[in-house]
Design a protein around this ligand. Structure first.
Ligand code: SAH
Ligand code: SF4
Ligand code: F3S
Length: 471
């Protein structure tokens, strides 16, 4: 009789049960508890996946380690730009030297880079010491993969899926913070912006059922979470393919009704899908944070067309105007790519114009990186490196000026912040996050961490504030 369940997630719970005594025996042989360490590269989607991986490792008996000197190390990779890949390769070699010194060490690589055949070939050829390689579609199978690797003589176990229709959930998850958490609402992306690798490595867009999302929010609230972020590559196209239709605006309303959840964020909306009903819901629901991250990518209509973004410069500007009019306290942030193939000086000046007109609170600027397999990789007229560099520096200066102007607006005001922890700069101060996503550092007791409190914003330091707890 075969006892292994076919159904997920039961199957993975079965393997976790099998692994518990196996890992316990290893720890006994090592004479110490075994530790794990997950290094996450890339976006919030990857960060969320890492929490799921951590949940599985903790369930089978690993405790969290503080760096790569741990017994189970996972690199959860990103491939959105070439430099993301370079950073990973640089560090895999280092893992090999650590493994040579630790006979209990296991190394796994996963995430978006692993969905590229050339990357996997390179790992097979040059990094024999990596134990397990898996991709974005099968992360829920970590327990089974570990079990399989521990029971086989294979030096390296590689399992990459091209895609999946299955959304496997309800597996353990270890949260990085006790008071805020992400919730996936969609997986994958169908937009195929011509520069972007994400649709190829994350697969087709799939929406989770609203009732599952609400259930997860309720569950998190019961654990003490007060702020949630709804995650997806294009959150406002939410709902495609659901049996019972539900729009992104309707989903926001449902989540707002979850008691205990005091703040709701979402990342990332696409300008082409930012419909009036979402603005309306934001207006009426104070729980929804006053922050819209609205990647523009370029200000040039002709470049936007070649990027396959489905909006013009004017449509973007009109949308921003509407958002600012309806939600006056909103903070607006963006992503911009410089040096897309064929970008002329006049295209670039359109981008600068958009930055000035929108007055972004913060802009993430990227130099275009050619990703093989994407349509843009074959586009002619690559922009010479020195021209790109020059434009990038000029853009950065304009963005900085605009964000400083925007931040100053709140100086002197008292606002509600979620206290997230100690200031990373080691000043002994606390750090709080405003509804609009800006940070404020202030003196206060550690017991405030995880709570919403009022803070006066005394001084603006460019992109953050120094404040004091309001009495
Ligand atoms: N889904 C989100 C963003 C995903 S990737 C969206 O549609 O906005 C995050 C950012 O990386 C993008 O907004 C884009 O600015 C940048 N990016 C993606 N591909 C890139 C590439 N090939 N070169 C440079 N930047 C890129
Ligand atoms: Fe990439 Fe465009 Fe999808 Fe964003 S919307 S993930 S930029 S293809
Ligand atoms: Fe990177 Fe994958 Fe996110 S490529 S940006 S980690 S979806």
């Amino acid at each position: 009789m075969n006892l292994i369940p076919n159904k997920e997630p039961d199957r993975q719970f079965y393997f976790m049960d099998q692994l518990v005594p196996m890992i316990r025996r290893e720890a006994e042989r090592a004479g110490r508890p075994l530790t794990y360490y997950i290094q996450t590269f890339g976006c919030q989607m990857n960060a969320k996946d890492s929490e799921k991986l951590a949940g599985i490792l903790e369930t089978i008996g690993y405790t969290e380690g503080k760096d790569e000197n741990s017994d189970f190390v996972i690199y959860n990779t990103c491939t959105v730009r070439e430099n993301a890949n370079t950073r990973v390769y640089g560090r895999i070699g280092y893992l090999g030297t650590l493994k040579a010194k630790n006979p209990f060490m296991k190394i796994a690589l996963c995430g978006c880079m692993m969905q590229e055949a050339l990357v996997v070939e390179k790992i097979k050829k040059s990094y024999h010491f990596v134990d397990i390689v898996f991709g974005t579609h099968n992360i829920f199978r970590l327990a089974e993969l570990i079990y399989e690797k521990m029971n086989s003589s294979k030096k390296q176990l590689i399992e990459i899926w091209d895609g999946t229709k299955e959304i496997v959930e309800d597996l353990p998850s270890s949260m990085k913070f006790d008071f805020k958490a992400g919730i996936n609402i969609t997986y994958g992306c169908d937009n195929f912006c011509t520069f972007c690798i994400v649709p190829y490595v994350r697969g087709r867009e799939k929406s989770r059922k609203p009732e599952d999302i609400v259930k997860e929010a309720e569950h998190l609230a019961a654990r003490g979470v007060v702020e949630i972020m709804l995650l997806g590559q294009n959150v406002n196209s939410y709902g495609k393919g659901l049996e019972e239709p539900c729009s992104f605006a309707q989903l926001l309303q449902k989540v707002c009704r979850v008691e205990g959840i005091k703040r709701i964020r979402f990342m990332t909306p696409h300008p082409k899908d930012f419909s009036d009903d979402v603005i309306e819901v934001m207006k009426n629901e104070p729980k929804i944070c006053r922050h819209v991250h609205l990647p523009v990518q370029s200000g040039s209509t002709s470049l936007l067309k070649r990027m396959n973004r489905h909006y013009t410069k004017e449509q973007y500007l009109t949308l921003v105007e509407k958002i600012k009019r309806e939600l006056p306290e909103v903070s607006l942030t963006t992503d911009i790519i410089v040096g897309f193939p064929g970008e002329t000086e006049s295209d670039f000046l359109d981008t600068v114009d958009v930055v000035k007109k929108c007055g972004f609170d913060s802009s993430f600027t990227f130099i275009y990186s050619k990703r093989s397999g994407t349509p843009a990789a074959k586009f002619p007229d690559e922009v010479p490196e020195d021209v790109v560099k020059d434009r990038f520096d000029r853009l950065l200066a304009v963005c900085k000026e605009e964000s400083e102007k925007a931040a100053e607006k709140l100086t002197g005001k008292t606002v509600e912040v979620l206290v997230e922890g100690l200031d990373e700069g080691n000043t002994g101060m606390l750090t709080g996050r405003l509804s609009n996503n800006l940070l404020v550092h202030f003196e206060g007791e550690e017991k405030l961490i995880g709570h919403l409190i009022n803070v006066r914003l005394d001084e603006c330091k460019g992109f953050y504030y120094i404040g004091s707890v309001a009495q």
